[in-house]
Write a protein that binds this ligand. Structure first.
Ligand SMILES: Cc1ncc(C[n+]2csc(CCOP(=O)(O)OP(=O)(O)O)c2C)c(N)n1
Length: 285
């Protein structure tokens, strides 16, 4: 008998029928099931947007940060309880636009968080303005002459900053996406999994058909440990778009430098008020 999916929540979803977010939600549930996680062991943090509604639709702990602020909230939670499995799921606008600064520095710090970016190349919740990943020339209501700024190459940035795990998938490829999420969660440190996600209402260019005609899976002899090759692959976009693990290079995580595995999480330690008061008094003397 197959085990009941204890991450599945039966509430209503406010996503458009056919939205790529549905495939991502199922892939996250399946990955957590395959990893043998229990709902109370997992926290999913997001910011603001359609993608950022994912924590509402899954049976785990959840938190919505301000727009662009999912990563610092997730980091705070991970620091307070380093035994919690922390994932961030949010949109390309939220993470790379409003949250771009946090994206860069979270990678540098190498906090053990799995970041899943729903990349629909548009601002969906606010009904179709260009996002940092919109292609050059894309016409939108607010860019009637076409987007004139070059797209944010998140994968190239993550590789340059030595993110331990950098992968791309396509929401329709649910099994493949599930495997990549599992591998990202299993890899200690900051993992980025960017998922191409058609927005059926506001992006009429980058559709299911558009992505399906272009994506191909990276296979051997591709070696994700080869940084230069990974960097070159991250620039491949247009006629052909690679999906799979572009780069993987484990290194010590931020919290490895703060805690030993057996240390009690911060939130379970006794707070000695007397010590805190004397410390603050010292600082203000
Ligand atoms: C500080 C701030 N700026 C702007 C907004 C308006 N806003 C809400 S969601 C959003 C875009 C979300 O786009 P994305 O992250 O790509 O997610 P999607 O809705 O496409 O899934 C914007 C600009 C806001 N809520 N707060």
């Amino acid at each position: 008998m197959t085990e009941k999916n204890h991450f599945h929540s039966s509430g209503e979803r406010a996503w458009c029928p056919g939205c790529g977010d549905f495939g991502i939600l199922s892939s996250v549930e399946n990955a957590l099931m395959n990893l043998g996680k229990r709902p109370h062991e997992v926290l999913i943090v997001s910011g603001i947007g359609q993608a950022a509604k994912l924590p509402h639709y899954i049976n785990t702990n959840g938190f919505d940060g301000l727009h662009g602020r999912a990563l610092p909230a997730a980091f705070g939670a991970k620091a307070a309880n380093h035994r919690l499995q922390v994932l961030v799921t949010s949109g390309d606008g939220d993470i790379y636009g409003e949250g771009g600064n946090h994206f860069i520095h979270a990678i540098r710090r190498n906090i053990d968080i799995t970041l899943i970016v729903h990349n629909n190349q548009i601002y969906g919740l606010t009904k179709g303005q260009a996002s940092p990943t919109s292609d050059l020339g894309m016409v939108t209501k607010t860019q009637p002459n076409g987007v004139s700024t070059i797209p944010f190459n998140s994968l190239a940035i993550a590789i340059t900053l030595d993110a331990v795990f950098v992968a791309r998938s396509f929401s329709r490829e649910m099994e493949f996406t599930t495997q990549l999420i599992e591998e990202g969660v299993r890899t200690p440190g900051f993992s980025l999994i960017e998922i191409l996600q058609p927005c059926v209402s506001f992006n009429t260019v980058n559709t299911y058909k558009w992505y399906s005609e272009r994506v191909y899976k990276l296979d051997s002899p591709y070696d994700p440990a080869d940084k230069l090759q990974a960097y070159k692959k991250s620039g491949e976009w247009g006629e052909k778009i690679p999906i799979g693990v572009l780069y993987k290079k484990p290194r010590r995580t931020f919290l490895d430098n703060q805690f030993k595995p057996k240390d009690l999480p911060l939130f379970q330690r006794k707070t000695v008020m007397k010590e805190i008061i004397s410390l603050t008094n010292e600082l203000f003397e």
